[in-house]
Design a protein around this ligand. Structure first.
Ligand SMILES: *Cc1c(COP(=O)(O)O)cnc(C)c1O
Length: 420
């Protein structure tokens, strides 16, 4: 197994674990900033390019603030996510409200915040008209359905089976209706892939949206302000996976922009994305301590984190690389399951994984958890969510979320002696 580079060493983490008991998440700010710049630079040909970081990936305002400083907006699907954005200084149209099945109160909140309303259905036009009024800028989420079957993947499924967005026919009806209601600014959004490592898939999506932009201009005389390709750029979770070459992606989409948009006179057309995973995913780590070793029909290493801290392996069977601090170069010749303490047999971070011999007290680092990691945490089995730390570019470490306590867990119970 290859050794993956870490932005910290064992002694640094032992020292931190003395102050912040494991398990904890730690994010590498310098790498996140570099990576954010890399994506923006890859699309520098497009004057209106902006990535709206999907808040659900890592909903910590300290991280959102960093991404805001790098020029990003946010993509929110709930009102609390809008509030997190605003707290981090990302406001107004830098917030894309890409929600679905949205309660009226959340449309009202998003509209009040001045966020871009990206509608998920035709019926939402009258729904927002009734509840919060129709803003001057409106976007639709397009679901190409059978036109892109086979494009989806394990996480998101086939477009035809996905609950999101409007059909192609509905899109045209929708824009026409918006126009008649006095809307003057328009966006178009789609999201058909998740954790996708094939560049062609994004180029196809850009082509699909560019051709819709042309068609809308021709048939309805509607000029889109931007198209939003959604998120979904994947990351190499497994050492054998190849990352997406962001520069090549930017160039390829730039090429079809020059081929399709420029000659038709629709330039400038903004290109937006909503990537979460590829921005922070590789730069977050879950640090956990080995607390038990067990040999029955298989060999197990029990750690103090569990699926409540990171559920991707449990729900998707996702691979996450694991390093044992201080033993990176030792032979990986012991095959184990690395497990948490939930009463669920899918509470495993690794299955049949060759690792160095692990002793109690060893520190394990679970890689690539900087997106959809801590955020997917839950409290089943009365497990508590862990702390989040930020490794700053100067090497200092900031505590950006405290670990939950038993009092947090009891806080919502209306039972004497437990709640406060
Ligand atoms: C989840 C989601 C994203 C972000 O997906 P990543 O895989 O983190 O890039 C973007 N847009 C929408 C609408 C989403 O639901």
């Amino acid at each position: 197994m290859p050794t993956l580079p870490l932005p910290f060493d064992e002694s640094q983490i032992r020292d931190l674990a003395g102050r912040y008991p494991t398990p904890f998440y730690i994010y590498d700010e310098a790498s996140i900033r570099n990576n954010a710049r890399r994506l923006t630079t890859a699309f520098a040909w497009c004057p209106g390019f902006r990535n709206h970081f999907a808040v659900k990936a890592t909903p910590n305002p300290h991280l959102l603030k960093i991404l805001g400083e790098e020029g990003f907006g946010t993509d929110c699907s709930s009102l609390p996510e809008v509030m997190l954005s605003e707290a981090a200084g990302i406001v107004g149209e830098r917030i894309m409200f890409t929600s679905n099945n949205t309660p009226a109160s959340e449309f009202v909140g998003a509209r009040t915040a001045g966020a871009v309303l990206n509608l998920d259905d035709l019926t939402h036009i009258s729904f927002i008209a009734e509840h919060c009024g129709i803003p001057e800028l409106v976007s639709f989420r397009y679901n190409p359905g059978p036109l892109r079957d086979g494009a989806g993947n394990q996480i998101i499924g086939n477009p035809e089976d996905a609950k999101y967005g409007l059909t192609r026919d509905q899109l045209f009806t929708g824009y026409e209706e918006l126009k008649s209601l006095g809307v003057s600014r328009f966006g178009l959004h789609t999201m058909v892939v998740s954790n996708e490592l094939n560049i062609d898939s994004f180029v196809e999506t850009a082509r699909m949206l560019f051709s819709l932009a042309l068609e809308l201009a021709e048939t309805l005389d509607i000029r889109l302000e931007w198209v939003n390709l959604g998120g979904g750029i994947g990351i190499p979770y497994h050492p054998d996976d190849q990352p997406i070459d962001l520069e090549a992606l930017g160039l390829a989409i730039g090429e079809i922009y020059r081929e399709m948009i420029v000659p038709s006179g629709l330039d400038p057309l903004g290109v937006l994305m909503e990537n979460g995973r590829v921005i922070t995913g590789p730069y977050g780590y879950l640090v956990t301590t080995a607390i038990h070793e067990k040999r029955i029909y298989k060999n197990y290493v029990g750690v103090d984190a569990c699926m409540a801290n990171l559920m991707r392996p449990g729900i998707y069977g996702a691979y996450h690389h694991i390093s044992v601090l201080g033993k990176e170069d030792a032979p990986h010749d012991v095959v184990v399951d690395v497990v948490g303490s939930l009463c669920e047999n899918n509470d495993k971070f690794a299955i049949d994984r060759p690792l160095p011999a692990i002793q109690r007290g060893d520190l394990l680092v679970i890689h690539d958890v900087g997106a959809h990691g801590h955020a997917m945490g839950f409290q089943y089995n009365a497990k508590l969510r862990s702390a989040e730390l930020l490794l700053e570019p100067d090497g200092k470490v900031r505590h950006i979320r405290r670990a939950e306590t038993i009092d947090d867990y009891f806080a919502t119970l209306t039972f004497p002696g437990l709640s406060h």
